[in-house]
Design a protein around this ligand. Sequence first.
Ligand SMILES: NC(=O)C1=CN([C@@H]2O[C@H](COP(=O)(O)OP(=O)(O)OC[C@H]3O[C@@H](n4cnc5c(N)ncnc54)[C@H](OP(=O)(O)O)[C@@H]3O)[C@@H](O)[C@H]2O)C=CC1
Ligand SMILES: O=C(O)C1=N[C@H](C(=O)O)C[C@H](O)C1
Length: 269
Amino acid sequence: MSELPGIVVTGASGRMGQMLVRTIAESGAARLVGALERAGHDWIGRDIGEAMGGAAIDVLVTDDPVEVFAKAQAVIDFTAPAATVAFAGLAAQARAVHVIGTTGLTEADLKAINAAARHAVIVRAGNMSLGVNLLVQLTKKVAAALDEDFDIEIIEAHHNQKVDAPSGTALMLGEAAAEGRGVKLADVRDSGRDGMTGARMRGNIGFAAIRGGDIVGDHDVLFAAKSEQITLRHRAMDRTVFAKGALKAALWGQDKSPGEYDMVDVLGL
Ligand SMILES: NC(=O)C1=CN([C@@H]2O[C@H](COP(=O)(O)OP(=O)(O)OC[C@H]3O[C@@H](n4cnc5c(N)ncnc54)[C@H](OP(=O)(O)O)[C@@H]3O)[C@@H](O)[C@H]2O)C=CC1
Ligand SMILES: O=C(O)C1=N[C@H](C(=O)O)C[C@H](O)C1
């Protein structure tokens, strides 16, 4: 019997990192071959299972991506933009599928990731859940069906430790709405209203970000016209939906040609 695909989790001590370690262990479809943290992290050298407060699973936390990526068929990465760009190059060198959940990436980061995808499979999405990727498709459809009498507003809410806004998901939804309308998001994006903003500009796509407590991730797409409104809503109740999607992407990517893919490709939506 052939061995299950080996997976490295980066940022293994993080909220998503720990969820991924558990999801892989419970999946029966893959095995954890590495857990990565930044140099100096106090989990380095410890068994990841024990560091997470459970039983040992014979995988020590390391700060050496080159050594662990060489053993892996896939790298699942929910960290921070600078780390993700560096991991994209290293995962491509190791010919490992790189699943990127990290958000807050700049245009320059995206360019570097795209260059790495010339040599290996990269699956990147601001949200790995089935529900949100379906919502993206629905948003595109509804935006295409309605004219600019409907103002489009994207409202997202997350926990108080989130460092980027608007969320990666909100931007995916904004791109979908813009595509549905046949415009470029960059030309109609309206985020961060504060002070004497003036009246809302017709055709703009607005963003609002709420941060509080332990909200996992809520997204509304509001289409508001005179006398009627439509709201499309997704709420993540816990992070398993993201981790399961990421694992699915890592397995899906195993027999694909080098290139950059997203969860719409993985889920066949
Ligand atoms: N696409 C999706 O479906 C989802 C995306 N996300 C995104 O994933 C990212 C992480 O979220 P979350 O888990 O909540 O954040 P956390 O801060 O809990 O975890 C991030 C982890 O990455 C580590 N890290 C940062 N830099 C490096 C590095 N150079 N090498 C190794 N590890 C590093 C951090 O370490 P340290 O603490 O030392 O900095 C931390 O342990 C965010 O961008 C978030 O928006 C989150 C959920 C779903
Ligand atoms: O940081 C988070 O937590 C999340 N980030 C992603 C985003 O930026 O959209 C996905 C999810 O909403 C949780």
